[in-house]
Design a protein around this ligand. Structure first.
Ligand SMILES: Nc1nc2c(ncn2[C@@H]2O[C@H](COP(=O)(O)OP(=O)(O)OP(=O)(O)O)[C@@H](O)[C@H]2O)c(=O)[nH]1
Length: 312
């Protein structure tokens, strides 16, 4: 999975469109800072503040500050020259975590639990992931493990229908672990490559959610000790710093093996992607920059860094 190939231009355009508000905010926050060949302490402080105000988080901001402090600019340090350095450091932060979700499980299926609060874009992200796998010629099955709400089951079923992939679901209020058990059995019988499991996202009742996810894990573990192969947390970038606290909570409740960040379009808070990368170091499998089915993809850290910094 990569963002290269025939769709690169369209995707790059969407990335730039999606991150526009973020890069504008960053540029705005950094405007007016013009230094000599070396930035002084006051200017470095201002830049650090600007980066924090742009949601990059204190750790990434400090790291970028350090890099800028070491930098000897050839000419005076205008915002463009500063942004080049910012982009380089952001790329260094994103590079170790930008990791596509590869289908490698043997025996199949690879079982991917998708977790996250309601409204984070979980259901559509599952559909987009399924689409991404289909593009790579993998067979996909969905499991409607969020049995708490009939609407969640219905919505997932509509996506399954549109994508032409099988779905296993149970009754509203049914036992999610039993849905997952049935799904694994069906996926194994049908030789499915990737089984994507939707789960409930009720953070209001942490205990219940924890028990529910633990039970799903237990059932899966009995069928295949390696399962679930992935526990992917879906985060809504528009939640800014709240998205980061969700990582803390879900790490504790469910164990998280990787992240997908959605709704990076139309928000000025895209810097939170960098904050998440620096603070947690969890793989970031893909990013979402729109509502269309192919608006979710793995990303090139260098390109996204330049997009965030607003450098064409
Ligand atoms: N702009 C934008 N909208 C998105 C993105 N991803 C999802 N959405 C939209 O966000 C809304 C919520 O998405 P859902 O997939 O229904 O979210 P959910 O977490 O499953 O929420 P529940 O179904 O309520 O549990 C939908 O209108 C999606 O189209 C994205 O990357 N960008």
């Amino acid at each position: 999975m990569s963002d290269e190939g025939a769709t690169t231009d369209a995707w790059t355009e969407r990335l730039f469109g999606g991150f526009r508000k973020t890069s504008e905010r960053l540029t705005e926050n950094l405007s007016g800072i013009v230094g000599k060949t070396r930035l002084d302490e006051g200017q470095l402080d201002d830049i650090e503040d600007a980066l924090i105000m742009s949601d990059l988080g204190p750790r990434a901001a400090a790291r970028i500050r350090d890099r800028l402090a070491e930098e000897r600019f050839e000419r005076d340090a205008d915002s463009e020259a500063i942004m080049e350095v910012v982009a380089r450091e952001i790329a260094d932060i994103l590079r170790p975590v930008a990791r596509p979700l590869d289908i490698v499980a043997f025996p199949r299926p690879q079982i991917i639990l998708v977790i996250g609060v309601n409204g984070s874009g979980k259901t559509t992200t599952i559909a987009k992931l399924a689409h991404l796998f289909q593009e790579q010629d993998y067979s996909v099955m969905l499991a409607a493990g969020d049995t708490f709400r009939a609407a969640a089951i219905g919505q997932l079923a509509i996506w399954a229908d549109r994508l032409g992939v099988p779905i296993v679901k149970g009754p509203e209020g049914g036992d999610p672990a039993s849905v997952v058990f049935d799904a694994v059995k069906a996926a194994t019988q049908q030789g499915i490559d990737a089984l994507i499991v939707d789960t409930a996202g009720r953070l209001q009742n942490k205990r219940e959610l924890m028990d529910e996810l633990a039970k799903i894990r237990r059932v899966l573990g009995r069928i295949n000790p390696e399962a679930p192969h992935d526990v992917v947390l879906v985060l809504d970038a528009t939640n800014g710093q709240n998205a980061l606290s969700q990582i803390e909570i879900f790490k504790e409740v469910a164990g998280v093996s990787g992240l997908i960040m959605t709704k990076l379009d139309g928000t000025a808070r895209g810097g939170v992607l960098v904050a998440a990368a620096e603070q947690y170091g969890l793989p970031i499998h893909a990013i979402g920059v729109g509502e269309k089915i192919d608006d979710l993809r793995p990303f090139s850290p260098d390109l996204v860094a330049r997009v965030i910094a607003g450098i064409a």
